[in-house]
Design a protein around this ligand. Structure first.
Ligand SMILES: C[S@@+](CC[C@H](N)C(=O)[O-])C[C@H]1O[C@@H](n2cnc3c(N)ncnc32)[C@H](O)[C@@H]1O
Length: 387
C-alpha cells in the first residue's frame, strides 16, 4: 500500500501527503527515474567516468565495463544498462555531435536533457506524457530561444512530429523545477560535483520546506541496491493527511540563498515557519544566523539528549532560534557537508549494517553514521565549550 498520496494544496499545486501513519526513519517512497542524464562536465572526462544509463561510477580498467560500440563517450556498468533504451543509435549520434560542438558545458547539460526528453517521445511515449504533466509552464525564455536551434539540429533526422520552441521551453521548465541532482563521490570534504540529474514521476510531487520532514537518499554506487532509485525517508513521525516536504537544497543555506534559489529556479516565495522567523531577524537588523557557520553554531547552542528532543522541547528552545533543535539533530556534523541526518529504522539498521550496530542516524550526503551515544557525547562536549 502506498504510504503517500498526491493531493491539491491551495497556492502550492500538487503535494504529497501521508496516506498512513509514517514512523521516523521509514522509507516512504522508493522510485526509479523516468529520465536520467549525465552532466556534461562529468561526461567530458577523457573516458566515461559514470555509466551512461544509471550513472554508477565506472572503475577505470575494470573488465566489466561495456563501452558503447559506436562512440567513445558512453560506457555502461552492466549488460542490463547497455541494452536499456537510453542510448540507442540516434541518441548516440546526437550526443557525439553535441560533444564535438563548441557549446558551453552548462548549455550542453541542458541539451543532454533535451536529447533524453525527445528520445522518450520515441522510446516511452507514456513516460513522456508523465514528464509533460510535471510542474513547469511553457515559458519561452531567452535560454529556450538560444537552445532550440541546437536541439532542432541534433534531432533533425528523428521521426518526431513536434520539435517546437514552445515544447523545448516547456521541457526545460520541467527539468528546472523537478530534476534531482545526483552527486559524484566527494574527492575532498566540501567539494561537491554533480554527476547526473534525474526526474521521477512520483518524487516530483514533493513540495519544498526549509524545515523538511523527509529527505532523499540515493545509493548510486552501492552494488546491493537498485542504484538509480531515489529513497525518501521520514525525519519525524508523520500523521496521515500531513504534507511531506523535502528541502530542495542543503538545509544550512541562509535566508537570502534560499529565497534566491526558490524564486529563480522554482518560481515561488517561501512562507514556511523558518523563513518567517528569519525574515523578522532581518527586519530587526539583528543580521544573525545569516551564514552557514552561524546557522551551524546556533544549531549546537541548545544541547539536549536525543531522547529528550520532542516537539514540546523544540518550542522551549532559545527564543532567538526556535528551530535550533532541528539543526542539532538533522544537520550533518561533518565539516562542509551540509547533508541531512535521517533516522534509520532498527530493521533497516540490521539489513544495512548487520546486527549489533547501534547507529541510528545516517547523512544523506556523505553517508556519515552516528550512534545515539556519539550524538549525546557531541552535545555534552559542545555544551562544555559554551559554558
Ligand atoms: C517539484 S515541484 C513540486 C510539486 C508541484 N507542486 C506540482 O504541482 O507538481 C516544484 C514546484 O512546486 C511548487 N512548490 C514547491 N514547494 C512550494 C512551497 N513551499 N510553496 C509554494 N509552492 C511550492 C513550486 O511551483 C515549485 O516550482
Amino acid at each position: 500500500m502506498a504510504m503517500v498520496k498526491v493531493v491539491e494544496v491551495g497556492g502550492r499545486g500538487r503535494a504529497m501527503v501521508a496516506a498512513v501513519p509514517i514512523a521516523a526513519g521509514q522509507v516512504l517512497l522508493a522510485e526509479s527515474p523516468l529520465l536520467l542524464y549525465i552532466d556534461a562536465s562529468a561526461a567530458a572526462s577523457p573516458s566515461p567516468a559514470f555509466c551512461d544509463h544509471c550513472s554508477r561510477t565506472l572503475p577505470s580498467l575494470s573488465p566489466s565495463i561495456i563501452p558503447c560500440p559506436s562512440c567513445s563517450q558512453a560506457a555502461f556498468c552492466s549488460s542490463a544498462c547497455a541494452s536499456a533504451a537510453s542510448h540507442p543509435p540516434h541518441v548516440c549520434q546526437a550526443l557525439r555531435k553535441l560533444q564535438s560542438s563548441a557549446i558551453d558545458l552548462h548549455s550542453q547539460t541542458q541539451l543532454r536533457f533535451l536529447i533524453a526528453a525527445y528520445n522518450l517521445v520515441l522510446a516511452a511515449p507514456s513516460l513522456f506524457q508523465q514528464l509533460l504533466q510535471m510542474e513547469g509552464s511553457s515559458v519561452i525564455d531567452s535560454h529556450a530561444v538560444f537552445l532550440h536551434p541546437f536541439i532542432q539540429e541534433l534531432v533533425k533526422s528523428w521521426p518526431l512530429q513536434n520539435v517546437s520552441v514552445q515544447l523545448t521551453g516547456a521541457l526545460l521548465q520541467k527539468d528546472n523545477r523537478n530534476a534531482f541532482a545526483i552527486m559524484a563521490p566527494s574527492s575532498e570534504p566540501g567539494v561537491r560535483r554533480v554527476r547526473a540529474y534525474a526526474l521521477y514521476s512520483q518524487a516530483s510531487f514533493f513540495n519544498h520546506d526549509c524545515l523538511p520532514n523527509a529527505c532523499r537518499f540515493d545509493y548510486v554506487d552501492d552494488p546491493d541496491k537498485p542504484n538509480s532509485s531515489i529513497f525518501i525517508r521520514a525525519l519525524h513521525d508523520i500523521s496521515p493527511g500531513n504534507e511531506v516536504c523535502l528541502s530542495y537544497f542543503p538545509i544550512n543555506w541562509n535566508l537570502a540563498e534560499r529565497r534566491n534559489r526558490l524564486l529563480q529556479d522554482y518560481g515561488f516565495e517561501c512562507t514556511c515557519e523558518r523563513c518567517v522567523v528569519e525574515d523578522q531577524w532581518d527586519d530587526e537588523g539583528e543580521g544573525h544566523c545569516n551564514t552557514e557557520e552561524e546557522d551551524f553554531h546556533l544549531g549546537h547552542s541548545e544541547h539536549k539528549g536525543d531522547e529528550e528532543m520532542d516537539d514540546d522541547d523544540s518550542e522551549n528552545a532559545a527564543d532567538d532560534f526556535p528551530h535550533a533543535m532541528f539543526f542539532v539533530k538533522h544537520l550533518c556534523p561533518c565539516e562542509d557537508c551540509g547533508g541531512t541526518m535521517a533516522p534509520i529504522l532498527p530493521e533497516q539498521l540490521v539489513e544495512e549494517l548487520g546486527s549489533g550496530c547501534s547507529r541510528s542516524m545516517e547523512c544523506n550526503m556523505c553517508g556519515y553514521l552516528r550512534t545515539n551515544e556519539e550524538f549525546l557525547q557531541d552535545l555534552e562536549e559542545q555544551k562544555g565549550m559554551e559554558t
